[in-house]
Design a protein around this ligand. Sequence first.
Ligand code: ATP
Ligand code: MG
Length: 648
Amino acid sequence: MKEKIYVASRANRNRTLVDNETYLRWYAESIADPVKFWAEHGKRIDWFRPYTKVKNTSFDGKVSIKWFEDGITNVSTNCIDRHLEKRGDQVAIIWEGDNPCNDKKITYRELYEHVCRLANVLKANGVKKGDRVTIYMPMIPEASYAMLACARIGAVHSIVFGGFSPDALAGRIIDCESTFVITADEGLRGGKPIPLKANTDQAIEIAKRGGVEVKSVVVVRRTGGKISWFAERDIWYSQAVAAVKADCPPAKMKAEDPLFILYTSGSTGKPKGVLHTTGGYLVYASMTHQYVFDYHDGDIYWCTADVGWVTGHSYIVYGPLANGATTLMFEGVPTYPDAGRLWDVVDKHKVNIFYTAPTAIRALMGHGDEFVTRASRKSLRTLGSVGEPINPEAWEWYYHIVGDGRCPIVDTWWQTETGGILITPLPGATALKPGSATRPFFGVQPQLVDNEGNVIEGAADGNLCITDSWPGQMRTVYGDHERFIQTYFATYKGKYFTGDGCRRDEDGYYWITGRVDDVLNVSGHRMGTAEVESALVSHDLVAEAAVVGYPHDIKGQGIYCYVTLMAGEAGSDALRKELVTHVRKEIGAIAAPDKIQFAPGLPKTRSGKIMRRILRKIAEDDFGALGDTSTLADPAVVDDLIANRQNG
Ligand code: ATP
Ligand code: MG
């Protein structure tokens, strides 16, 4: 495919925080002397007691990662208290409800009071430093109050996405032995209620059978829908916060005290309880938020993720609030009341920085440009993407249609495990190539290795590792350090292995090609599933595509494609032929699909990622072993895929 390069666009801003020279200089400094670099940048947050030790990390043997270890701080103080003097009356959170008529604004001073009150409620109910609190909430401001209230008293939160089932919730409650839950009566998405309290009640029963007894449940009234009530256990949020003081002294936390546990999205297997700690995480989340999005004081910033995902943790709550930003929290979905909602919200709140996922972009592309162009979008300056490789087709649409060709796109590669963004362009500094996450952030040392672990230099394809620690890195798998070592540091000894395949080009740019398990090896040629997928999606009739390998007698691996067509289009043999020709033309004969199955929907996690391991099993004719499907958004999709499997 022909590669396009876009200059380091500054959009409608005279000065970005860094230019290319600054990036190169800082990056070189951060690698040459990480201790000096992070000693300096660690000061971006406030410490009750400053650190003297900066970095104490080892990827060998037992693997131990400590940053700023003798420093003492508190995350909630950094996200709230320290802003009060200068910007107490500035809006901290803009909440945009599911229904376009519902919104509200919470200032930093109000945020302080909400968080302190809830922290006092937790304390009054016996929650102590180190206790795990499960948060199962819709996208309402109380979800961030809950996170910050935990941080204030040193409790460890574990957020479970509000779309998860009672079983999934119970599994996570049991895994971290959490006896305190914060939830709401119901959530609301696209006009439909979600029975959060009823699910919680069920999950608590399941957890009890699993040996963990939940003692208290704080319930926020969101819809006023009918719910069951257990007086000895359930607590109304509104009553409880009214009964306690509006001040709560912050707990003095060591830099390495746990901040939260978050279970990965499960697209490759059983979710892992990723543990993040206090100091390094906050330094990294706030620093990446500032530089990656070119955040300036006064900007209105919107990340469309759910707080149930790591993106919501680092880039709706902790990063932006640590920087004193105005962060927008959206309760609804991109297509309600119609497919123009996101851009209407951008205009309504004059959003400057917008951060979303390729799955949303691809879905909205399918609805046509008019939903976008009816909004002015003049306030937009930086656009971001995260979660999956963004195919160049979607990138171009995002850039030209949504951003009017003015706004740099930051394609941010990172993981729940990394705590913050690791590979990304910086606005104004990095020339963009559609589909590439481009270059490493400060302090991040990517390396490509072959399957035997030999280091590959220069332009090449390989397995993506990171050779040294950065402050935002996860510290362990909760309760299972051995699994942490085995999962991330055993494949290539002494290196953090990301599980992702990656290509580095002549300019040193990184292109994530998908999970290593998904990299195809066709007649000895390695190619990323992402490449074939973007070729398919560049065809006018294709809305979405997922590609997997399957055993092939001659080629070793054959290419099996699942294709979702644009609304109203029907699949046919003629179209299959046309798509094969199209891919040949785009990439080459080696990438020609062997099988194409038209599918009305693809199996996705609740965060919108395609679950390729299930598609692989179906392609391999191995339906018996689909594995953990509890994190699927719509399990019914799988039956249709099995029924329409391509054998020919
Ligand atoms: P699990 O680890 O349980 O299988 P998951 O990997 O989907 O779930 P996350 O931590 O949410 O859980 O996702 C991280 C992964 O998402 C990365 O390893 C990568 O495969 C993909 N990813 C994230 N951002 C990008 C991006 N900008 N470009 C390409 N891939 C991305
Ligand atoms: Mg992962």
